[in-house]
Design a protein around this ligand. Structure first.
Ligand code: MD3
Ligand code: FE
Length: 217
């Protein structure tokens, strides 16, 4: 009886570092630079607007995406890949703003990854109801580099499984300002995001924006 109760209390785990090997959660890490970060983000989306990409299977993603940096992650009917050019404009992606690069490098450093130099930043926008199904990130060249994720706006429930798609995912709440460094074994774990609950965020309104910093090449 008591054991059951505790199992259910553990249903929404507060911190990846407690449960997932190689992941480090830095709650509120963005706060000191959030205004600068959001200003830089607005400039990027003017040059490279959010768009709903198509999966190789022909589904329109509910998450809208754009990128900055030397390479951007794209998907269409021909597959997933990193591309130096934005397929919507035919031009290079907007460059990665120094505040983005420095935040990612500092977070990685805090997690024990010195000299993290991302060359790609995928920017995901979730409107209420948008979700990301369980997947692995395997389009990068070297999995010894971590991925750094930055959550902004409305909170989301992040689903974190294991090395097999069938491993039952654990649930974590990621809120505005949280940064997670995904390295070591966690780097190749299946993960996703539950459908975004509606709400209103003071700085970003009815949406969640996630930045993921990667070393693609
Ligand atoms: C763990 N994005 O863009 S961020 C993705 O909230 C992605 O938009 C989610 O999964 C989002 O690929 C999750 C946290 C995250 C990102 C990449 C990871 C966790 C990860 C890669 C490997 C392991
Ligand atoms: Fe991912």
């Amino acid at each position: 009886m008591t054991a059951d109760l505790f199992q259910h209390i553990g249903d929404l785990r507060p911190s990846p570092e407690a449960m997932v090997e190689g992941a480090v959660l830095l709650r509120g890490f963005v706060r000191p630079v959030e205004a600068e970060l959001i200003a830089a983000l607005r400039a990027i989306i003017q040059q490279a607007p959010f768009r709903h990409m198509e999966t190789p299977g022909g589904h329109r993603m509910s998450v809208a995406m754009t990128n900055c940096g030397g390479f951007g992650w794209v998907t269409d009917r021909s597959g997933y890949r990193y591309d130096a050019l934005d397929p919507c404009s035919g031009k290079p992606w907007p460059s990665m703003p120094p505040v983005f690069r420095e935040l990612a490098a500092q977070a990685a450093d805090c997690a024990g990854f010195a000299q993290f130099a991302p060359d790609a930043c995928l920017i995901n926008r979730y409107a209420p109801g948008a979700r990301m199904s369980l997947h692995q990130d395997r389009d990068e060249i070297d999995f010894s580099n971590p991925i750094v994720s930055v959550s902004l706006g409305l909170p989301a429930i992040f689903l974190f499984g294991g090395l097999k798609r069938s491993d039952k995912p654990q649930r974590f709440r990621l809120a505005h300002g949280d940064v997670v460094v995904w390295g070591g074994p966690s780097r190749l774990f299946f993960h996703g995001v539950a459908p975004l609950a509606d709400g209103e965020h003071g700085l970003l309104g009815r949406q969640r924006i996630n930045l993921t910093f990667r070393k693609a090449r």
